[in-house]
Design a protein around this ligand. Structure first.
Ligand code: ZN
Length: 188
């Protein structure tokens, strides 16, 4: 397949109870729910693979020292929020560190799907989205960020986080509306 004709995949990062309603939640997290719900629906309709990658921590994980227990495997806080529940044909991965690529099998799946570009949505812009974008970049994937579908812990962190994604990883900062339009008009 020619470069440029490859489809995108949509990575849905950590849209969990913990980060929307829990103790590491940002008051800004709720802003992304509606646009993300719409974008996921368009992805499914456009045959864009929808891949959820979610924290499912064990007590021995390195992040515990920094953040304390959060999104622990098997608990309510590690569940995807009700508004954004995965559908039958979506892919689901669990992760134990910030990046969606570490120890998850995501890279192999993207190669299997013949995907060269990922759109990342979810939480948080300056932490898990950033580390997922870093690993994508270093593995040769292009990255798109619909900025209304990612959020940070503060307005400042959101602005700086988006700038970092663009300047360090060449991420295309876009909007969910623009991306939805691309997907709906792309040849299948
Ligand atoms: Zn975590």
């Amino acid at each position: 397949m020619e470069r440029g004709l490859m489809p995108d995949a949509l990575i849905v990062d950590d849209v969990l109870e913990e980060f929307v309603h829990g103790k590491i939640s940002s008051p800004r997290a709720k802003n992304i729910v509606l646009p993300t719900k719409r974008l996921i629906a368009v992805a499914r309709k456009s045959k864009i693979p929808v891949i959820y990658v979610s924290d499912a921590h064990l007590p021995s994980d390195p992040e515990m020292a920094l953040w304390g227990p959060h999104a622990m495997k098997g608990t309510k806080s590690a569940e995807v929020i009700a508004a954004l529940k995965p559908a039958k044909n979506d892919y689901l991965f669990e992760k134990r560190v910030y990046s969606s690529f570490q120890g998850t099998g995501l890279e192999l799946l993207l190669h299997d799907l013949k995907v060269d570009t990922i759109a990342i949505v979810g939480l948080l812009t300056e932490i898990c989205v950033r580390h997922t974008a870093a690993d994508a970049f270093m593995r040769g994937f292009k990255v798109k960020i619909p900025k209304d579908c990612v959020e940070a812990l503060s307005a400042k962190a959101q602005i700086e986080g988006l700038h970092y994604l663009k300047s360090m990883y060449g991420a295309e900062i876009t909007t969910s509306q623009k991306l939805a339009k691309e997907w709906l008009t792309a040849p299948q």
